[in-house]
Design a protein. Structure first.
Lengths: 774, 92
């Protein structure tokens, strides 16, 4: 491509990025066709891939020329995004070319990181892994991955550690992000992941967003809601949140509640559904059963915390009596949401003429009662029978590109296997047979969930940790404790990544990873859609895929027989083997050849077709029609479970010494800890540093103005940071918000490592903080 | 030779005046949304200094309610120059 046409090409990309940003930022805006010159793009080859970043799973077309990725556009054939992308997607390929990409392995010698050939680094990793097992046992070594692991990465990690070494010390950062959604689905429906799909966005009349800033976190999906409203003007978008955001600006109603009281609000909605006899009794009678669990269940802040819930069968009358505590007036006093607004919400869910979808993400999942609030939103949909139908249903949005595909489906968590759980002998037998390993090698007892795994590292119960494609030295709550643990003398930390991060700072070995389209792989998005991408580029230097790094180490420690595949076809072979775990109508995966051809397929993939709505006998081939219109086949009683889950307070609430709530989260420009997006100049310039949002009334009282520094102090740490008042977001009074993308402002040194006792997912949204004027 | 795009929010009655002012600036191409609330501006300038001058000129324009950078591209040879101009070490 000559220079002129290349510049025209970039200008077109610049226009497209702005148009996409406009659609996300300004509700209802539209532009006519761009009067662009036809550039000569004949030497650009366009290849499909899912986006590298969030769990939406947008299909992208990457433009390749002369061995480089030179452009990106949304894939018009991708049903997820229909040709659109967000600002991160449009800049995604630039993240490949940061000048400090890790291209060679580094080993710590005499306190300094020294470059070595990658084969030498892999030798060292293997020998340290073996010596640690020999000296302190197989449960003293661990691997910590990510929802950004490709499906093959997670699969080989699980196979090596669970099937080869024989330890369940496998965890992933999706524990910090999606565990409550998974346990919510499991406890209510017996199977993980949403019953509906993104097509609901063109079919629903009401969208209720529970603590979910969708406009910034899932902008392409939010644009679909806005498009729905533009086409059907009676469509309602309800923002139910603790912080006023761009989502609030675009919503038809913005209802603010006090942190943690979503539990009470959900129960109050159910109270009104019952009180007003708005219940779909026929659906409830045929398809629902009622259950109570333990209460006053703790917060997990102490080492070795253990909790197992026990379900007790209850009946309709017990449920009705339970709800009596949640009158709108009582919940108004607790939550700050007016009784009138609670009635309004209940009326929307109840209206038989309206189809309703509920969306949520971290607001409900990063919650010390995360499983409970997931259950409670399901309760609402189940009481009115608005579930598993086109345009009706609850839907948990995913944070990472393969939190579903890799962590939840492959099962890269301590208790899980690619099918089922380690505590189930049948599931272990299936794994032993497919992996061709002795049954007894697969340990039957889970070991450590993520927070406890880092506590074990701190205590010395774990001595070796291999961290891939995640940045826990930015993301772990109560971070100072876990950083000190990693830095203890007899700990050995291996980090596989693409750029230097605070986590590579504490590594003993750094392995340079091939990033995204520099290797072949698959991601699985929020709507059960698996998407394949080819290797489109050569990785820089000695960078190697995380999958192949694990296989190389496996060969060095005597487990090469588990991975007998040639390098050229190993991803295809992995997919075929992994598919055996899910064969059947409930979770069948699309064949490799299908995934290569199209922009993804949704499981259950049955008879050449994706299943869009599960548990609906007309639409889901796994259902037994004898059960009527719906068949919740994940539970042994083939019913969905309504749970009696009460309101319980947060682990740490504001008090006289620490009078504010501290909330943390993301911004639209940056992906998670910013290790990739902060290397894209445009994104970095658009949002260069973190900040703290304070409500203007609180700022007046403290005596600070926008742009001034304040000191944030919690029981775990403190930081100085610039405040932003009436900026992009505005928290409710008594609350502050800090984004976590900036490694120069480690908000997780302040957060609390309390978690949901059922899901073990930490609460990054609620702890007590003091704001001091400097 | 940077190429950037901006989102400019305007008061619809003033959109034609703003568009005319933008057209008078060097290296600027515009497109107005159908409801006249938003202008997409694509800039093509010879170097970083010219882009900075242009940004200053944009900030001085009347009738603009909001200005947001949506896209930025710089020739690889200018990346170091950009870093030296104030981007932190991680950028590039």
């Amino acid at each position: 491509m000559n220079d002129l046409t290349r510049r025209e090409f970039v200008k077109r990309a610049a226009y497209t990025a702005a148009a996409a940003a406009a659609v996300a930022m300004v509700p209802g805006v539209s532009f006519g066709a761009w009067n662009e010159q036809d550039a000569d793009l004949s030497d650009v080859q366009w290849r499909k891939t899912p986006c590298r970043f969030c769990g939406t799973g947008c299909g992208l077309l990457v433009g390749l020329a002369k061995g480089r990725a030179v452009a990106v556009k949304g894939d018009p054939d991708a049903s997820v995004n229909r040709g659109l992308a967000c600002v991160k997607g449009y800049h995604s390929v630039q993240a490949l070319y940061g000048k400090d990409r890790l291209t060679q392995a580094l080993v710590r010698r005499d306190g300094k990181m020294v470059p070595v050939p990658i084969s030498e680094a892999l030798d060292l990793v293997a020998s340290k892994l073996q010596s640690t097992i020999k000296e302190t046992g197989k449960d003293s070594v661990s691997i910590y991955g990510s929802g950004q692991w490709t499906i093959p990465d997670g699969y080989v990690a699980s196979k090596l550690f669970k099937g080869g070494i024989g330890t369940n010390n496998v965890e992933a950062n999706a524990r910090l992000c999606m565990a409550s959604a998974a346990t919510g689905f499991m406890t209510s429906f017996g199977l993980d992941e949403p019953m509906g799909c993104y097509a609901d966005m063109e079919l629903a009349d009401v969208f209720v967003l529970w603590g979910n800033n969708m406009a910034e976190m899932h902008p392409v999906l939010f644009s679909r809601l806005l498009a729905r409203r533009q086409k059907a003007p009676d469509t309602l978008i309800i923002d139910l949140a603790t912080r006023h955001t761009r989502t609030s600006e675009a919503a038809d109603s913005s209802i603010m509640f006090k942190p943690q009281t979503d539990l009470a609000i959900a129960n109050a909605i159910c109270y009104l559904l019952v009180e007003n006899d708005w219940v779909n009794h026929d659906f409830v009678r045929k398809h629902v059963s009622f259950h109570a669990g333990k209460t006053n269940i703790g917060y997990g802040t102490e080492d070795g915390f253990a909790f197992n819930d026990v379900a007790t069968d209850v009946d309709w009358d017990a449920y009705k009596a339970f709800l009596a505590d949640y009158t709108p007036e009582k919940v108004e006093a607790l939550s700050g949401v007016s009784a009138a607004n609670i009635r309004y919400l209940a009326s929307l869910y109840a209206d038989p003429a309206k189809k309703v979808v509920s969306y949520w993400c971290m607001g409900m999942n990063q919650h010390t009662r995360g499983t409970w609030i997931n259950n409670l939103v399901y309760n609402i949909h189940l009481l009115v029978g608005k579930i598993s139908q086109p345009g009706n249903g609850p839907f948990s949005l995913t944070g990472q590109p393969s939190a579903c595909g890799t962590v939840r489906e492959v099962g890269t968590l301590t208790h899980a296997l690619p099918h089922g759980v380690v505590t189930n002998e049948h599931d272990r037998q299936m794994a032993a047979e497919i992996w061709n390993v002795p049954l007894e090698r697969i340990a039957a007892k889970p070991t450590y969930h993520t927070v406890e795994m880092f506590r074990a590292l701190d205590r010395g119960d774990i001595r070796f940790m291999w961290i891939q494609v995640t940045n826990p030295m930015v993301t772990m709550p109560n971070l100072q404790r876990y950083r000190k643990g990693c830095q203890k003398d007899d700990r050995f930390i291996v980090v596989s990544d693409v750029y230097p991060t605070p986590t590579t700072d504490i590594a003993d070995v750094i392995l340079p990873s091939a990033m995204w389209i520099e290797r072949e792989g698959m991601y699985g998005n929020s709507e059960r859609r698996t998407q394949h991408f080819d290797q489109l580029l050569q990785p820089p230097g000695e960078a190697m895929s995380d999958t192949w790094q694990i296989i190389e180490v496996a060969k060095r420690i005597g487990h090469g027989d588990l991975f007998p595949w040639p390098k050229e076809t190993h991803i295809e072979e992995i997919w075929k083997e992994y598919g055996r775990f899910h064969a059947g109508p409930k979770h069948g995966m699309a064949p490799y050849e299908v995934l290569r051809k199209q922009a993804g397929a949704m499981w259950p993939y049955v008879d050449g077709k994706s299943t869009e709505w599960r548990y609906n006998t007309e639409l889901d081939p796994a259902c037994d029609k004898a059960n009527g219109a719906f068949d919740f086949y994940g539970n042994s009683d083939r019913r969905a479970w309504i749970w009696l889950r009460p309101y319980e307070p947060a682990a740490e609430s504001p008090d006289a010494e620490y009078p504010f709530w501290l909330n943390s989260g993301r911004v639209v420009e940056h992906w998670h800890t910013g290790s990739m997006t902060r290397r894209v100049p445009t994104l970095h310039r658009a949002m260069p540093n973190s900040y703290v949002e304070i409500h203007p009334d609180d700022a007046d009282r403290i005596g600070v103005r926008s742009g001034e520094e304040v000191r944030l102090v919690t029981r775990r740490g403190e930081m100085k940071i610039v405040c932003w008042i009436n900026g992009r977001g505005r928290p409710t009074p008594g609350q502050v918000f800090v984004p976590f993308f900036d490694e120069n402002y480690l908000v997780n040194e302040l957060t609390l490592d309390a978690f949901c006792p059922i899901s073990k997912q930490p609460d990054y949204k609620k702890c007590a903080v003091r704001v001091e004027r400097i | 030779m940077p190429i950037c795009s901006y989102l400019i929010q305007v008061d619809p009655p003033r959109v034609q005046d703003v568009q005319a002012d933008l057209a008078a600036l060097p290296g600027c191409t515009t497109r107005v949304s159908e409801d006249g609330r938003v202008i997409i501006l694509v800039t093509d300038t010879p170097d970083l200094a010219a882009e900075a001058d242009l940004q200053h000129a944009l900030k001085c324009l009347r009738g603009i309610d909001g200005l947001a950078l949506a896209f930025g591209y710089t020739e690889p040879e200018h990346i170091d120059e950009m870093a030296a101009s104030g981007l932190p070490e991680v950028a590039g």
